[in-house]
Design a protein around this ligand. Sequence first.
Ligand code: ZN
Length: 49
Amino acid sequence: MDVGASCKGHFAAENTEDLLKVVSEHLQTVHKIKLPSRTIMNYVGKKTK
Ligand SMILES: [Zn+2]
């Protein structure tokens, strides 16, 4: 999933669940992208590994 080069590593959260919310909101508000939470979870899981 490509969310844009300017969007690298600026997500901060206490845990994966919070991060999911943050990323989901960010994608919708900044990138106008709406994805199923499962897809975002996959993305977040890879990012935070
Ligand atoms: Zn972004």
